[in-house]
Design a protein around this ligand. Structure first.
Ligand SMILES: *[C@@H]1O[C@H](CO)[C@@H](O)[C@H](O)[C@H]1NC(C)=O
Ligand SMILES: *[C@@H]1O[C@H](CO)[C@@H](O)[C@H](O)[C@H]1NC(C)=O
Ligand SMILES: *[C@@H]1O[C@H](CO)[C@@H](O)[C@H](O)[C@H]1NC(C)=O
Ligand SMILES: *[C@@H]1O[C@H](CO)[C@@H](O)[C@H](O)[C@H]1NC(C)=O
Ligand SMILES: *[C@@H]1O[C@H](CO)[C@@H](O)[C@H](O)[C@H]1NC(C)=O
Ligand SMILES: *[C@@H]1O[C@H](CO)[C@@H](O)[C@H](O)[C@H]1NC(C)=O
Length: 761
């Protein structure tokens, strides 16, 4: 079978594709931006069709002030939805972001809506409706996990009428087709993330093979799934781990993900396995997965059982739960039952509490993918198998906010990717957003995710509600502040739908309490504009570095690796020393509360703004005051960064950039060029002696030597201002050189304590 994607090209195999540090995904290499044929020809046509429909009164006109997004009466018929199509050209863009058509036609989009009235095209009710759900009394039919038979039966006609389901189905077929001729996943223990990559890759393959089998009845997919199963059981042609512990239980995430993979294989292909195959899958699942699970839940080996703010609790409980649900009833050992009696309570007490009260994932924006994938898979499996999620969705009233966290932490080009980025994602996606949309009645979560490049996934096929319509950005504030003391951070932008938009994010927050995935980075920021990232992050160090994950105290070796040190961040450095691991900054912020309307073109007033300031004195050892603030100026076209510092040792302002930096004569301004665009950076009221210089992104010679050498940061330049001890006000103005005739403002000097929404008008 040959398969080609929307843009007419084959994409697919991980093996030829490099790891993308900025997204944390395996992706095709950065490619020059171009417009897909679909955008070129599809959008104008679609807009014409919609405009005609509106003229003809087919699409109800919209309400701008509806308080409940879900209450809208607007909707599209299946034919209209297919005509409008979708916007997934992400794989053609440099940063894998969706490219939305530029239009001021408000009829093309509408408020996020889940229309229940008029679309015949919705999932039927689940025939399994137990009056009192019991985790040990599962539905009578197969599959049990996430995708019950009645959903498979309904799927083909839903696919026929929905452009997203249509495209995802095709992509999953494409993925399965690409995996099919390759050898089963080879065992590779990297000694830091163990065999986690292998486990997730196997899980992704099993999902794809089982999906395509169920959609075609072609048993060659079952045979291919069996080959993968045999291999990971150690019964294939290559060695797969040590005989006594093939799934690497010392790094239990690996065991958990493989338990989930085997559970899916067992359950989704239940009707087609021979009795002996079923027995072999169950034997292996018990021997290398669930039996080790019993050891984890009954001994101190299971340290993750009390791990409340990490992805581990979600992933481990989810894998054990999915594996156990799959064999419950067939398993005569009692192991599945024993595990189910403990994983659910434990996940409610930990995994479900993992997000801060503002929705922030405490590890990092990248680790959110692992934690929420585990959480959503576990809740969805329990719901389908037993009729109840046992509180996983609702026991933490703030969990649903984590969809907003994800949307706001995604910038115009890519994530605000502070801290560690994690191992490869493979089967971990952002598709929990699609599940959360229904569970938390937040249609915009699914509307946001459905255009992302990683949306095509068997889970999405069953989580997506085809009655969804509208634009996630309609009515959405351009700014948000997440100010739980653990992670205080700001997200501000000029548009949700323009990849060239201005996006600024800055964090303060605590330097510990993030599962040792953070950097010493209070005051760190990123800036996107003109389609590229001007101030960026260095990402993870080498996870195999000695003591890389030990960082609770100031002298820990994690803080000797450049990418984790304060000097490797976009912030103030004092005495060339790391920030205090016990820092506890305070923050202030405000926003004009500007929201985007229904269209993809947004014009904001010149006084539309947002700002975020922090007193981060507690992060420094040789300073009596360190305050930093960042704000948008001139109708969100410029950025002002201001620092007020009194230090008894040298003060350095640092920013890491992929741009080529040219310092202008006089030294107080610089011209940055990147991806064919220009950003002017200038100091306002520069203190005497303050000039821009540049350096490589490497440790100072005076730093302690880390146990192993740092990673190179090729192409990265540090733009810096280096000053002796003293009291300074540093103001740096960022002027992206927007196309057209834009007039730039020079803001007044206003002390951070006096900043307000109008202080710079
Ligand atoms: C599936 O294929 C799409 C499109 O080629 C690709 O972007 C994606 O990475 C693949 N997913 C998996 C799990 O291989
Ligand atoms: C799913 O995609 C495959 C491959 O493109 C296609 O052959 C099949 O008809 C699709 N299924 C449905 C129900 O449309
Ligand atoms: C992992 O450790 C084992 C045992 O020390 C060693 O044989 C193997 O080469 C290591 N693998 C990697 C990728 O470093
Ligand atoms: C697969 O087989 C089942 C059971 O016989 C049948 O209901 C279904 O329509 C078949 N699907 C396809 C795509 O042939
Ligand atoms: C693998 O082989 C072992 C030993 O023969 C057997 O017990 C197990 O069931 C097999 N598992 C699979 C999935 O083939
Ligand atoms: C440089 O570009 C790479 C690739 O897009 C990205 O991962 C990295 O974060 C960028 N670095 C900086 C400092 O912007």
């Amino acid at each position: 079978m040959s398969y080609s994607n929307l843009d007419g090209q084959n994409h697919g195999l991980y093996s030829n594709a490099p790891y993308n540090e900025s997204t944390g995904f395996i992706t095709p290499a950065r490619r020059p931006k171009r417009t897909s044929n679909w955008i070129k020809f599809g959008i104008p046509l679609a807009i014409v069709i919609i405009a005609a429909a509106v003229v003809g009164g087919i699409i109800a006109s919209r309400h701008k002030s509806s308080s409940s997004p879900a209450a809208s009466s607007s909707s599209q018929s299946a034919g209209e939805k297919l005509a409008v199509g979708r916007f997934p050209t992400a794989i053609d863009s440099e940063f894998m972001r969706p490219i939305y058509p530029s239009t001021t036609d408000s009829a093309a989009f509408g408020a996020p809506t889940l229309s229940s009235s008029n679309d015949q095209n919705s999932w039927p009710a689940d025939p399994f409706q137990p009056s009192s759900p019991d985790v040990l009394a599962v539905r009578p039919d197969r599959p049990r996990l996430i995708a019950p038979a009645y959903k498979w039966d309904a799927l083909p006609s839903l696919i026929a009428n929905d452009p997203y389901l249509q495209a995802w189905n095709a992509t999953i077929f494409g993925n399965a087709t690409a995996f099919k001729p390759t050898a089963p996943v080879l065992y590779f223990n990297d000694n830091s993330s163990g065999v986690l990559d292998n486990a997730r890759e196997i899980k992704a393959r099993i999902k794809a093979f089982a999906y395509v089998y169920r959609m075609t009845n072609d048993t060659s997919w079952v045979d291919r799934a069996w080959e993968e199963i045999q291999n990971a059981a150690g019964n294939g042609t290559t060695v797969w781990g040590p005989d006594e512990d093939r799934w690497n239980s010392v790094h239990f995430l690996d065991t958990a993900e493989l338990s989930a993979a085997f559970g899916i294989a067992y359950d989704w292909l239940y009707d087609v396995w021979t009795p002996s195959q079923k027995s072999m899958i169950m034997t292996t699942l018990l021997k290398y997965g669930l039996q080790f699970g019993v050891t984890q839940v009954t001994t101190s080996a299971g340290w993750w059982r009390t791990n409340t703010q990490g992805n581990w609790n979600c992933v481990c409980n989810s894998g054990l739960t999915m594996g156990s649900l799959a064999i419950l009833g067939d398993d005569t050992s009692g192991v599945a039952e024993q595990l189910l009696k403990t994983t659910i309570d434990n996940a409610n007490q930990n995994c479900a509490q993992a997000v801060s009260d503002d929705g922030t994932w405490a590890e990092t924006a990248n680790y959110w993918y692992f934690g929420t994938t585990g959480h959503a898979e576990m809740a969805a499996s329990l719901l389908s198998a037993t009729g109840s999620d046992y509180g996983l969705v609702s026991s933490n009233p703030n969990f649903g906010k984590t969809g907003d966290f994800h949307m706001y932490v995604m910038g115009a080009t890519s994530l605000f990717n502070y801290g560690d980025h994690g191992p490869n994602k493979y089967s971990s996606t952002a598709n929990s957003m699609i599940f959360y949309a229904s569970q938390y009645n937040q249609p915009q979560y699914a509307l946001f995710q459905r255009d992302q490049w990683d949306a095509a996934d068997p889970w999405s096929m069953f989580w997506y509600d085809p009655r969804l319509s509208g634009a996630y950005w309609d009515g959405k504030s351009l700014d948000a502040f997440f100010d739980n003391g653990l992670d205080q951070w700001a997200s501000m932008r000029s548009s949700w739908t323009n990849n060239n938009a201005l996006f600024v994010a800055m964090k303060a927050g605590k330097n510990s309490g993030h599962q040792n995935h953070n950097d010493l980075d209070c005051g760190d920021f990123v800036i996107d504009a003109l389609g590229t990232r001007w101030a960026g992050e260095l990402g993870s160090g080498d996870y195999n570095s000695p003591n890389y994950f030990v960082g609770d105290t100031q002298t820990d070796q994690r803080w000797q690796y450049y990418r984790k040190m304060t000097e490797g961040q976009n912030t103030i450095l004092i005495n060339k020393a790391n920030q205090d691991v016990n820092a506890a900054p305070t923050v202030k912020h405000d926003s004009s509360q500007t929201t985007q309307g229904p269209t993809t073109v947004i014009e904001v007033d010149t006084d539309s703004t947002a700002f975020f300031t922090t007193d981060m004195t507690s992060a420094y050892f040789d300073a009596t005051s360190v305050k930093r603030g960042i704000r948008l100026l001139n109708g969100r076209k410029q950025v002002l960064l201001r620092d007020e510092v009194t230090a008894s040792q040298g003060v350095m302002w640092r920013m890491h950039t992929n741009a080529t930096v040219s310092i202008d004569t006089g030294g107080t301004s610089a011209t940055l060029t990147l991806d064919g665009q220009t950003m002017k950076v200038s100091m306002l009221n520069a203190p005497s002696g303050a000039t821009f210089t540049t350096s490589k992104a490497v440790r100072f010679d005076s730093d302690p030597t880390p146990p192993i050498p740092d990673q190179d940061n090729p192409g990265v330049t540090v733009l810096l201002i280096d000053l002796p001890a003293g009291t300074y006000t540093l103001e740096v103005l960022f002027n992206p050189q927007w196309p057209g005739s834009v007039s730039y403002v020079t803001p007044p000097s206003v002390s951070l304590d006096q900043w307000s929404l109008t202080s710079h008008n």
